[in-house]
Design a protein around this ligand. Sequence first.
Ligand SMILES: C[S@@+](CC[C@H](N)C(=O)[O-])C[C@H]1O[C@@H](n2cnc3c(N)ncnc32)[C@H](O)[C@@H]1O
Length: 230
Amino acid sequence: MPDGAVIQRMFAEVAPGYDRANRALSFGIDVLWRRRTVRMVDARPGERGIDVCAGTGDLSFALQRAGATVLGADFCAPMLARACAKAGADPKAPRFLAADAMALPFPTASFDFATVAFGIRNVSDPLAALREMARVVRPGGRVVVLEFTKPRVPLLGAFYRCYFGKVLPRLGAWISGARNNAYQYLHDSVMAFPERQDFLALMAAAGLQRPRMSLLTGGIAAIYRGEVAG
Ligand SMILES: C[S@@+](CC[C@H](N)C(=O)[O-])C[C@H]1O[C@@H](n2cnc3c(N)ncnc32)[C@H](O)[C@@H]1O
């Protein structure tokens, strides 16, 4: 289980180079994955959503562009500062606030949907965070998670193990300027995190109904979706 304070410090150091590193290291595919996530959320104009572990806000912005009113929440101030800088004074941009994913400062059933992109793996207690996301969403609303998975296609798997395990930790440190092994942690945390059926079981344990998943790019990532009992 990652320690919250350690994770906070790690992302604080990564924050200045985070977006640049994301685009470069994923060859821009992360933008397409977030777009697919927005489609899976099926956010409609007028709906209210919360994007937890929002970081620099990329998924929050993509959801807001789809017409929803989105609140991005994260517990790392320097990541949120980047998100707020990107929002500037645009009244159509999402709002951002400091909050722990495991203790969201909102009443039950405040939102139509909750999302988390590449964040649930970093939370000390992922089940508690899923339960909290389910709590703040209204009955019949959606909880959608975008997270890395491990590909099972042999050739892609070999390339992935080499790139993700050996190249990315060094390249990530170089591009982001972080000196704290954040990209080695990225690899190690993905390897250790429950995925596919195991993650769907976690969603079910959080009380989410009809949990299902859609694999992306040969199984390098997945979008999971569940509904709050209505
Ligand atoms: C890899 S970043 C993902 C950022 C963004 N969602 C994206 O798609 O680029 C993970 C984020 O999770 C946040 N985080 C980790 N644990 C958290 C927690 N318990 N509560 C709130 N934010 C948390 C970190 O501060 C970091 O900004």
